[in-house]
Design a protein around this ligand. Structure first.
Ligand code: GLC
Ligand code: MG
Length: 596
């Protein structure tokens, strides 16, 4: 761990006086003891890539359970499991065929019980994924819908429409799928077809993921029941997939804008200090008649009421690509969800000005509704931040990388990633980690196209690499076959050669390793209650384009985002640093936590 005592000083007269409080600390609107999720560090487990118990090369629930001591040692408060439900795996489990069953690939319901019990015994809560926007085309409801007649109860659970043009040969509107191609697929002709011929069904994602019709009460009743099924099993909450997409604008009007999930521009160094919108927007929001319709909020009020029937502060977290942050905050009003992922933060570049803006806007927007802000830098849908930050800041946010793309500077990316993570973990609110970031894992940027599985790669005819590169099996042991992913050495995607040096067992107990730095950060964050803390910007650097510095209680977090080493402030004691400090102070692309 990088705990360093330092006697270095800034030039005389430099102080760390803080400005006014931007955020006053975690509290419940009703004044009671803050719930666990308000300041929790929540670790995302992507089941197929975390740990393989049975040796088939695909991660599974027993594999996760066996590795829970790693998460306890790291010091996380909760884990979020991406889907492990019965599924044909066309979108890695985000295509659910049965919401109450475990896919045999991952194990059994008894394996879920064992995982939850073991996690709880270690003091770790468990959040599961809920996928309500669409089912798999293998779900019993969709199969029944295909067999049923137009206008039937079975068809009414999905969004079937007649096509436009002669014989209904054109899709009902011009929407695109987020994975590329049209958002509509036509059924084969059948004897029951009306004059418009075979109908079409809507899928915002892959054609194997038909959208449910949330104007239908039966859909509401089914999902309330699914929530209860898992709540009865003792899970602590749900991460709600595509939470901004369930309700579509009446009449499904045409839309000429883009629907990409991750788009817009990453603020580059110049865009920065001049151009960041005051509301923190970065282009991370989806818009159009398929997103962020007012009707979604009725659904979350309904679900909140279901959770309130249960003890133990169960929670809902929204995956909603919505901007500005004040609009995102509507998902976490007191009678709706508890948290929403902060994708505006994730998509802000390594630049002091935009970061200051997005952090202030995030805290202000969530404070206005009494909810905690969340912070997140990586997940299973975006290029890992250790790689993102090593790419030239071109303003593009690629959906994955290929061998033919410009390759990242791995060392620079890792240095910045560690600095960015320490900047994040000192902030008040709740923080999400994605498996492997505590090891500093980079993206696999040279995967062979032949092994890719993301539907986005296929639906864009390979124009987008897709998300496989951030879903590579975790390296646990440097000298074991498959880097210890499972007992046979098999891995469903190949690990890059560089993963050997990132293996968990090569970092555990090694001072200054990425793993030990994260572990120290989580321990200090807990000890000093930083997640429940306050935020004020340090006056000295308030307008700086090179330094981001905030005070949270007695701790000052200072990130050097400039080009020159930064002398340490007068009388400051270094509690933690994201990289080695040298005689010249805080090196470039380094964050320090100071007692000052
Ligand atoms: C969410 C998931 C993503 C999935 C999509 C469709 O954005 O995070 O992985 O492909 O929804 O369910
Ligand atoms: Mg397995």
């Amino acid at each position: 761990m990088t705990r360093i005592d330092s006697t270095q000083t800034l030039p005389a007269g430099t102080t760390l006086a803080a400005g006014p409080l931007v955020h006053e600390g975690a509290h419940r609107p009703d004044g009671g003891t803050p719930e666990w999720w308000r300041d929790a560090v929540i670790y995302q487990v992507y089941p197929r890539s975390f740990a393989d118990g049975d040796g088939d090369g695909i991660g599974d629930l027993p594999g996760i359970t066996a590795r829970l001591p790693h998460l306890a040692d790291l010091g996380v408060d909760a884990l979020w499991l991406s889907p492990f439900y019965r599924s044909p795996q066309k979108d890695a489990g985000y295509d659910v065929a049965d919401y109450r069953a475990v896919d045999p690939l991952f194990g059994t319901l008894a394996d879920v019980d064992a995982l939850v019990a073991q996690a709880h015994a270690l003091g770790i809560r468990v959040i599961v994924d809920l996928v309500p926007n669409h089912t798999s085309d293998q779900h019993a409801w969709f199969r029944a819908a295909l067999d049923a007649a137009p206008g039937s109860r079975e068809r009414a659970r999905y969004v079937f429409r007649d096509g436009r043009g002669e014989a209904g040969a054109q899709p009902p509107n011009n929407w695109s799928s987020i994975f590329g191609g049209p958002a509509w697929t036509r059924l084969p002709a059948s004897a029951s077809d009306g004059p418009a011929g075979a109908p079409w069904y809507l899928h915002l994602f892959d054609s194997s993921q038909p959208d449910l019709d949330w104007t239908n009460d039966e859909v509401h009743a089914e999902f309330r029941d699914v929530l209860r099924f898992w709540l009865d099993k003792g899970v602590d909450g749900f991460r709600v997939d595509v939470a901004h997409g369930l309700v579509k604008a009446p009449g499904l009007p045409d839309w000429d804008g883009s629907v990409a999930m991750v788009e817009g521009t990453t603020a580059g160094d110049e865009a920065v200090d001049s151009g960041a919108p005051e509301d923190g927007s970065t282009g991370a929001g989806n818009s159009g008649p398929m997103f962020d319709q007012d009707g979604v909020h009725d659904i979350y009020r309904e679900w909140r009421a279901v959770l309130e029937e249960y003890d133990g502060d169960r929670c809902l977290v929204a995956e909603a690509w919505v901007e500005p942050l004040s609009r995102l905050a509507r998902y976490v009003r007191p009678d709706e969800m508890h948290q929403a992922f902060n994708f505006s933060f994730l998509t802000t570049g390594w630049s002091a000005g935009p970061l200051r803006t997005v952090i202030t806007a995030s805290l202000t927007a969530s404070d206005a509704v009494g909810a905690p802000t969340t912070w997140v830098l990586s997940n299973h849908d975006v290029v890992r931040h250790a790689t993102r930050l090593g790419l030239p800041q071109t303003g593009e946010r690629p959906n994955g990388l290929k061998a033919s793309d410009p390759q990242p500077d791995e060392e620079l990316g890792l240095r910045r990633a560690r600095a960015f993570s320490l900047l994040m973990l000192g902030l008040p609110g709740s923080a999400y980690l994605y498996q492997g970031e505590e090891l500093g894992l980079p993206e696999h940027t040279t995967l062979d196209d032949a092994v890719r599985q993301d539907p986005a790669f296929f639906r864009t005819q390979g124009a987008e690499a897709g998300r496989d590169g951030c879903r590579i099996p975790v390296p646990w042991e440097a000298d074991a076959p498959g880097l210890g992913f499972g007992p046979t050495g098999r891995t469903w995607l190949p690990q890059p050669a560089s993963y050997r040096r990132y293996a968990a067992d090569a970092q555990r107990g090694v001072p200054g390793s990425t793993y030990e730095t994260y572990r120290a950060a989580l321990a200090l964050r807990k000890e000093l209650r930083l997640g429940a803390g306050t935020l004020a910007w340090v006056d000295t650097y308030q307008a700086s384009g090179d330094v981001l510095a905030y005070r949270n209680g007695d701790v000052v977090v200072l990130a050097n985002i400039g080009q020159e080493p930064l002398p340490l402030p007068v009388g400051a004691r270094v509690l933690l640093a994201s990289g080695p400090l040298d005689g010249a102070g805080v090196p470039v692309d380094t964050t320090v936590w100071l007692r000052a």
